[in-house]
Design a protein around this ligand. Structure first.
Ligand SMILES: NC(=O)c1ccc[n+]([C@@H]2O[C@H](COP(=O)([O-])OP(=O)(O)OC[C@H]3O[C@@H](n4cnc5c(N)ncnc54)[C@H](OP(=O)(O)O)[C@@H]3O)[C@@H](O)[C@H]2O)c1
Length: 279
């Protein structure tokens, strides 16, 4: 099989939750470009309509289903409509998730209602979506859970979000173990900081962007297009023996202590390009 053939998703149907915006749209786009039939979900009808047009312009067959992940009957409807339109579900990317500004804060202050909204969306409903997807995948399939660098770090002000993502990474291991005999592979992709329209509302000054960039060895903040291709590979047959993996996509962070001052020194004395030429 050629390298291009290995990454083809032709004939496969892939559901991307929250697939109309941000990282989710980058994932939908990668699936479409690899030839998949794409099902996108989300709560905003406008965003779904806009994303559907963009994906169809890539030549993909697209089904957009307005659905709230925190309602199990909505998830059941996504599956029903996907099967009615395409007859099968081969891939499911659990991307929908977030911690809204009003739900974050120091652990000493966090309220039960804030905890419940963040942990329910990012852990409980993410798991039940994976369970529903696994039940619908006849003869095998691939589930990709989008977690976060936060899963393996301390997260001042978003501790409950990090704990929920860590929970998903742990569940990914058990789902992979329990569902392997069904031919279902389960992996997690853990992005670092990725610039989306939503993040741009808080990462909104040159100083903040510079500070974030300084922490990334590849010297830029991630873009939604940085995450999708890996997800497409994990859904494809190229990853036929990959399950129970948690793969970081974060430009090389976390950096060790001293990295930022080291890089400032490099830039001050010789400049990054000179350093490269000296090797
Ligand atoms: N951006 C980052 O730096 C970053 C870093 C690490 C991990 N992540 C993770 O990557 C994933 C995507 O994040 P993003 O930054 O692209 O976020 P985003 O731009 O805020 O998009 C979140 C997506 O999830 C959907 N969503 C949220 N709540 C939902 C619900 N109850 N039901 C259905 N859909 C829902 C949203 O659609 P609607 O609003 O239309 O429902 C939207 O499509 C999340 O799991 C996030 O935790 C992001």
């Amino acid at each position: 099989m050629s390298a291009a053939g290995m990454f083809s998703l032709a004939g496969k149907t892939v559901v991307v939750t929250g697939g109309a915006k941000g990282i989710g749209f980058g994932i939908s786009l990668a699936m479409a470009r690899c030839g998949a039939q794409v099902v996108i979900t989300g709560r905003s009808a406008d965003a779904l309509g806009h994303a559907q047009s963009q994906l169809e312009a890539e030549g993909a067959q697209v089904l957009a289903v307005q659905a709230d992940l925190t309602r199990s009957d909505d998830t059941a409807r996504v599956i029903e409509q996907a099967l009615a339109r395409f007859g099968r579900i081969d891939g499911w990317v659990n991307n929908a998730g977030s911690a809204r500004a009003e739900d974050v804060g120091a652990l000493i202050d966090i309220r039960e209602d804030q905890w419940d909204r963040v942990v329910d969306l990012n852990l409980k409903w993410t798991f039940f979506a994976a369970q529903a997807a696994a039940r619908a995948m006849k003869g095998g399939g691939a589930i990709v859970n989008i977690t976060s660098r936060s899963a393996s770090h301390a997260n001042p002000r978003t501790g409950h979000y990090g704990a929920a993502k860590a929970g998903v990474e742990n569940l990914t291991l058990t789902m992979a173990a329990e569902w392997g005999h069904l031919g279902i592979r389960v992996n997690a992709v853990a992005p670092g900081v990725v610039m989306t329209d939503e993040l741009a509302t808080t990462l909104n000054t040159e100083a903040r962007i510079r500070h974030q960039t300084e922490l990334v060895p590849l010297q830029r903040i991630g873009q939604p297009d940085d995450v999708g291709p890996l997800c497409a590979c994990l859904v494809s047959d190229a990853a036929a023996w990959t399950s129970g993996a948690v793969i970081a996509v974060h430009g090389g962070s976390p950096v060790p202590m001293g990295y930022v001052s080291y890089m400032r020194q490099v830039n001050r004395h010789i400049g990054p390009m000179d350093a490269q030429r000296q090797e």
